[in-house]
Design a protein around this ligand. Sequence first.
Ligand code: GLN
Length: 245
Amino acid sequence: MPAAPHSQMTIPSDAMRRIGILGVQGAFSEHKAALLKANALLVKPVDLEIVDVRSVDDIRDDIDGLIIPGGESTVISMFLRRNKMEDRLRSWIRNENHVTWGTCAGMILLAERSEHQKDGGQPQVIGGLDIVVDRNFFGRQVHSFEADVKLAEVPDLRQRNKTGVTQETFSGVFIRAPAVVKIMDPAVSVLATLDCPSRQTSDLAVAVRQNNLMATAFHPELTEDPTWHLYFLKTVLNLKVSSKR
Ligand code: GLN
């Protein structure tokens, strides 16, 4: 039997991953570039397909990981509602074969509760993370700032550089950012904290994870440091793939 042409060869399931990026408001190309960069840093890079998620039909079961980027949580939630994507997204996220990462507005949408809503209303949340966020924790006057966050000692997060030094902080870009003001379930672990003297706290939770859901209040796609995209990718790779394809 003649050998199958290369393009028709079956890719082993553990060598291929599909990542979706919710493409409602910007940041698609930044996240994509950061994911490709992180993949290249893996000991064994995978065959990575990055897809735009904009409609119900785009929320496919064979997507392994999903990024919900920043923007404006009310705008994103209105888009999801108008395009009837909420229910499908909720069930996709709750599937244990899938990993979801929300950044900034994405964190707000994944939070089970949020405080300080516009017009007193709650944005239409996707939910899943048992946290309460303050949607504009740093206030209107502090629109944007960059500050070092302290990385938690959890597997795969702190990277070791070429000289063997372990990275303990990450330069977080905060843009009208939320913060976690309450954790409602012990299954939620804090991945990064911020020293915030104006609120008299040195351990403000700004990145969390609960099972396959993770969220950062800051925007790692706007920095050159691949730490968080690497962490997300490794989380996706660590899932069992046996029954998926
Ligand atoms: N605070 C904004 C909101 O309410 C989020 C800002 C961001 O994603 N950069 O949606």
